[in-house]
Design a protein around this ligand. Structure first.
Ligand code: PLP
Length: 217
Protein backbone atom coordinates (compact mmCIF):
# COMPACT_ATOMS: atom_id res chain seq x y z
CA UNK A 1 0.00 0.00 0.00
CA UNK A 2 0.96 3.63 -0.04
CA UNK A 3 -0.19 6.92 -1.50
CA UNK A 4 -0.34 5.98 -5.18
CA UNK A 5 -2.19 2.75 -4.45
CA UNK A 6 -4.81 4.58 -2.39
CA UNK A 7 -5.23 7.23 -5.10
CA UNK A 8 -5.81 4.47 -7.67
CA UNK A 9 -8.33 2.74 -5.43
CA UNK A 10 -10.20 6.02 -4.83
CA UNK A 11 -10.39 6.61 -8.59
CA UNK A 12 -11.84 3.16 -9.23
CA UNK A 13 -14.31 3.53 -6.36
CA UNK A 14 -15.45 6.87 -7.84
CA UNK A 15 -15.85 5.26 -11.26
CA UNK A 16 -17.63 2.23 -9.80
CA UNK A 17 -20.13 4.49 -8.07
CA UNK A 18 -20.67 6.55 -11.22
CA UNK A 19 -19.15 9.58 -9.57
CA UNK A 20 -17.00 12.25 -11.22
CA UNK A 21 -13.23 11.73 -11.13
CA UNK A 22 -11.76 13.86 -8.38
CA UNK A 23 -15.02 14.21 -6.45
CA UNK A 24 -13.48 12.58 -3.38
CA UNK A 25 -10.78 14.37 -1.41
CA UNK A 26 -8.11 12.23 0.23
CA UNK A 27 -7.16 13.38 3.72
CA UNK A 28 -3.90 11.61 4.59
CA UNK A 29 -4.11 11.08 8.35
CA UNK A 30 -0.60 11.72 9.65
CA UNK A 31 -1.26 11.56 13.39
CA UNK A 32 1.51 9.87 15.38
CA UNK A 33 3.48 9.08 12.20
CA UNK A 34 7.19 9.85 12.23
CA UNK A 35 8.03 13.05 10.36
CA UNK A 36 10.13 11.24 7.76
CA UNK A 37 7.09 9.23 6.65
CA UNK A 38 5.00 12.41 6.38
CA UNK A 39 7.77 14.15 4.52
CA UNK A 40 7.98 11.29 2.02
CA UNK A 41 4.28 11.71 1.21
CA UNK A 42 4.71 15.49 0.94
CA UNK A 43 7.58 14.89 -1.48
CA UNK A 44 5.23 12.76 -3.59
CA UNK A 45 3.10 15.87 -3.98
CA UNK A 46 0.21 15.16 -1.65
CA UNK A 47 -1.03 18.28 0.15
CA UNK A 48 -4.11 17.37 2.19
CA UNK A 49 -3.50 15.99 5.71
CA UNK A 50 -5.46 15.19 8.84
CA UNK A 51 -4.46 15.34 12.49
CA UNK A 52 -6.51 14.44 15.54
CA UNK A 53 -4.74 16.56 18.17
CA UNK A 54 -4.20 20.32 18.10
CA UNK A 55 -0.97 20.14 20.08
CA UNK A 56 0.58 17.50 17.88
CA UNK A 57 -0.36 19.39 14.72
CA UNK A 58 1.10 22.61 16.15
CA UNK A 59 4.38 20.76 16.68
CA UNK A 60 4.92 19.78 13.06
CA UNK A 61 2.75 21.57 10.51
CA UNK A 62 4.08 25.13 10.82
CA UNK A 63 7.48 23.65 9.96
CA UNK A 64 6.13 21.67 6.98
CA UNK A 65 4.22 24.74 5.80
CA UNK A 66 7.48 26.67 5.59
CA UNK A 67 8.88 24.03 3.29
CA UNK A 68 5.87 22.98 1.20
CA UNK A 69 3.27 25.21 -0.46
CA UNK A 70 -0.45 24.62 -0.57
CA UNK A 71 -0.88 22.45 2.50
CA UNK A 72 -4.54 21.83 3.39
CA UNK A 73 -4.78 20.71 7.02
CA UNK A 74 -7.87 19.12 8.60
CA UNK A 75 -8.63 18.55 12.28
CA UNK A 76 -10.40 15.20 12.60
CA UNK A 77 -10.22 14.68 16.38
CA UNK A 78 -12.08 16.20 19.33
CA UNK A 79 -11.65 19.91 20.00
CA UNK A 80 -11.71 21.48 23.47
CA UNK A 81 -13.09 25.02 23.53
CA UNK A 82 -9.91 26.33 25.15
CA UNK A 83 -7.96 25.16 22.09
CA UNK A 84 -10.45 26.52 19.56
CA UNK A 85 -8.54 29.71 18.79
CA UNK A 86 -5.31 27.83 18.20
CA UNK A 87 -7.13 25.27 16.05
CA UNK A 88 -8.70 28.01 13.92
CA UNK A 89 -5.24 29.39 13.23
CA UNK A 90 -3.77 26.03 12.26
CA UNK A 91 -6.46 24.17 10.36
CA UNK A 92 -8.26 24.77 7.08
CA UNK A 93 -11.13 22.54 8.15
CA UNK A 94 -12.50 21.15 11.42
CA UNK A 95 -14.45 17.88 11.21
CA UNK A 96 -15.37 17.54 14.88
CA UNK A 97 -17.98 20.18 15.67
CA UNK A 98 -20.07 18.14 18.08
CA UNK A 99 -21.75 20.37 20.67
CA UNK A 100 -23.39 23.74 21.15
CA UNK A 101 -20.69 25.12 23.44
CA UNK A 102 -18.02 24.52 20.82
CA UNK A 103 -20.21 25.93 18.04
CA UNK A 104 -20.78 29.12 20.02
CA UNK A 105 -17.08 29.50 20.76
CA UNK A 106 -16.18 29.01 17.10
CA UNK A 107 -18.82 31.56 16.08
CA UNK A 108 -17.47 34.15 18.50
CA UNK A 109 -13.88 33.60 17.36
CA UNK A 110 -14.92 33.68 13.69
CA UNK A 111 -16.47 37.11 14.32
CA UNK A 112 -13.29 38.32 15.98
CA UNK A 113 -10.94 36.93 13.36
CA UNK A 114 -13.14 37.60 10.35
CA UNK A 115 -12.44 34.07 9.12
CA UNK A 116 -13.39 30.51 9.93
CA UNK A 117 -12.18 27.11 8.71
CA UNK A 118 -14.66 24.92 6.85
CA UNK A 119 -16.71 23.03 9.40
CA UNK A 120 -18.11 19.51 9.52
CA UNK A 121 -20.56 18.46 12.19
CA UNK A 122 -19.73 15.14 13.79
CA UNK A 123 -22.63 12.74 14.19
CA UNK A 124 -22.43 9.82 16.62
CA UNK A 125 -24.26 7.48 14.24
CA UNK A 126 -23.70 4.46 16.48
CA UNK A 127 -24.95 6.33 19.56
CA UNK A 128 -21.88 5.16 21.46
CA UNK A 129 -21.59 6.74 24.92
CA UNK A 130 -17.80 7.10 24.74
CA UNK A 131 -17.82 8.70 21.30
CA UNK A 132 -18.18 12.38 20.42
CA UNK A 133 -20.82 13.69 18.08
CA UNK A 134 -24.42 14.84 18.06
CA UNK A 135 -26.92 11.98 18.28
CA UNK A 136 -28.81 11.29 15.04
CA UNK A 137 -32.08 12.43 16.61
CA UNK A 138 -30.50 15.76 17.59
CA UNK A 139 -28.70 16.28 14.29
CA UNK A 140 -31.23 18.46 12.46
CA UNK A 141 -31.58 20.83 15.40
CA UNK A 142 -27.83 21.08 15.93
CA UNK A 143 -27.18 21.74 12.23
CA UNK A 144 -29.82 24.50 12.32
CA UNK A 145 -28.21 25.96 15.44
CA UNK A 146 -24.79 26.07 13.78
CA UNK A 147 -26.26 27.72 10.70
CA UNK A 148 -28.06 30.28 12.84
CA UNK A 149 -24.64 31.16 14.28
CA UNK A 150 -23.48 31.86 10.69
CA UNK A 151 -20.90 29.09 10.84
CA UNK A 152 -19.61 27.76 7.49
CA UNK A 153 -21.05 24.24 7.81
CA UNK A 154 -19.89 22.22 4.81
CA UNK A 155 -20.98 18.77 5.81
CA UNK A 156 -21.13 15.92 8.29
CA UNK A 157 -18.59 13.49 9.69
CA UNK A 158 -18.89 10.10 11.38
CA UNK A 159 -16.72 7.36 12.84
CA UNK A 160 -18.74 4.11 12.79
CA UNK A 161 -18.53 1.65 15.69
CA UNK A 162 -15.64 -0.76 15.11
CA UNK A 163 -17.77 -3.90 15.41
CA UNK A 164 -20.51 -2.88 13.00
CA UNK A 165 -20.90 -2.83 9.24
CA UNK A 166 -19.84 0.75 8.41
CA UNK A 167 -22.10 1.03 5.37
CA UNK A 168 -25.19 1.33 7.57
CA UNK A 169 -23.58 4.30 9.30
CA UNK A 170 -22.42 5.87 6.04
CA UNK A 171 -25.94 5.59 4.65
CA UNK A 172 -27.41 7.18 7.78
CA UNK A 173 -24.93 10.06 7.60
CA UNK A 174 -25.73 10.60 3.91
CA UNK A 175 -29.44 10.66 4.68
CA UNK A 176 -29.05 13.27 7.43
CA UNK A 177 -26.86 15.40 5.14
CA UNK A 178 -29.32 15.18 2.26
CA UNK A 179 -32.35 16.23 4.25
CA UNK A 180 -30.36 19.20 5.57
CA UNK A 181 -29.02 20.24 2.17
CA UNK A 182 -25.38 19.57 3.06
CA UNK A 183 -22.92 18.44 0.36
CA UNK A 184 -19.91 17.34 2.40
CA UNK A 185 -19.58 13.81 3.79
CA UNK A 186 -16.42 13.05 5.77
CA UNK A 187 -16.51 9.27 6.13
CA UNK A 188 -14.35 6.24 5.42
CA UNK A 189 -10.94 5.22 6.74
CA UNK A 190 -8.25 2.72 5.67
CA UNK A 191 -10.47 -0.34 6.04
CA UNK A 192 -13.68 1.00 4.52
CA UNK A 193 -13.09 4.06 2.32
CA UNK A 194 -14.33 2.34 -0.83
CA UNK A 195 -17.66 1.53 0.82
CA UNK A 196 -17.85 5.17 1.99
CA UNK A 197 -17.25 6.42 -1.56
CA UNK A 198 -20.00 4.14 -2.86
CA UNK A 199 -22.34 5.87 -0.39
CA UNK A 200 -21.31 9.41 -1.27
CA UNK A 201 -18.21 10.31 0.76
CA UNK A 202 -16.63 13.59 -0.36
CA UNK A 203 -13.73 13.35 2.12
CA UNK A 204 -12.05 10.08 3.12
CA UNK A 205 -9.64 9.99 6.06
CA UNK A 206 -6.96 7.41 5.40
CA UNK A 207 -3.98 6.93 7.70
CA UNK A 208 -2.34 3.54 8.11
CA UNK A 209 -3.00 2.42 4.52
CA UNK A 210 -0.84 5.33 3.32
CA UNK A 211 1.82 5.67 6.00
CA UNK A 212 1.93 2.19 7.50
CA UNK A 213 0.82 1.12 10.93
CA UNK A 214 0.96 3.79 13.61
CA UNK A 215 3.65 3.12 16.15
CA UNK A 216 2.00 2.73 19.56
CA UNK A 217 2.74 5.56 21.97
C1 PLP B 1 -6.89 7.87 12.93
C2 PLP B 1 -8.13 8.31 12.27
C3 PLP B 1 -8.40 7.98 10.93
C4 PLP B 1 -7.48 7.13 10.07
O1 PLP B 1 -7.49 5.81 10.48
P1 PLP B 1 -6.82 4.63 9.61
O2 PLP B 1 -7.54 3.41 10.01
O3 PLP B 1 -5.37 4.63 9.97
O4 PLP B 1 -7.02 4.97 8.18
C5 PLP B 1 -9.57 8.46 10.36
N1 PLP B 1 -10.42 9.21 11.06
C6 PLP B 1 -10.22 9.56 12.35
C7 PLP B 1 -11.20 10.40 13.05
C8 PLP B 1 -9.07 9.12 12.99
O5 PLP B 1 -8.87 9.46 14.28
Amino acid sequence: MGLSDIITRIASAEAGAGRAPGSVKLIAVSKVQPNDRVEAVLEQGHRCYGENKVQEAAGKWPMFRERFDGIDLHLIGPLQTNKARQAMGLFDAIHSVDRAKLAKTLARLAQEEGACPDLFIQINTGEEPQKAGALPMDADAFIAECRALDLPVKGLMCIPPVEEEPSLHFALLAKIAERNGLQGLSMGMSSDFERAIALGATHVRVGSAIFGERVAV
